[in-house]
Design a protein around this ligand. Sequence first.
Ligand SMILES: [Fe+2]
Length: 197
Amino acid sequence: MSEADILTPQTIVPFLADIFERRGAEEYLGENVTIAEHMLQGAYLAEQRGEDEQIIVAALLHDIGHFTSELGTFEMNDEIDRLHEDAGAEILERFFPPLITDCVRQHVAAKRYLCSVDPMYFGRLSQASVKSLELQGGPMERDEATEFAKNPNLDAIVKVRHLDDEGKIVGFKPPGFDHYAPMVQRAVDSHCSTEAA
Ligand SMILES: [Fe+2]
């Protein structure tokens, strides 16, 4: 049984904090911001824009699967997709509202979707994002994009995707995980109290 299997609504937030503190300083996709800085930047940008807490928390946690995937962390010379979006959603879905989990699970598909429907989008992707796009299946075909657009959480998913793309600002140190911990716990409490009711 892994550590993740015995998480509870009381231990999930410290578990996530620990990932940010101990492992978050690992390189991010060959770019010059760490995975922790990348996620914290996305959350900070969302907060600055007055987004809902669920969007902020989703941006904060969207790449957590890089640390929890049994397939390990992305490297630029990867020839397989390590499916970090599924690994992240699996950890989070027991504790977080479906909107947050959906934004995490779909943030890679959202890149493939936006490449298909927004001609300007591809040109704004980082080199590492372009590289991973190849492994992730490339831009969606029209039918797949039409189907994807039916997701009732589409607006939130696209918003988190853009925060993902923006949160790669070299040299910018946003507030740390502690700043968001109460908000993250509120999201857990709202979901788990609903489940228990
Ligand atoms: Fe990301």
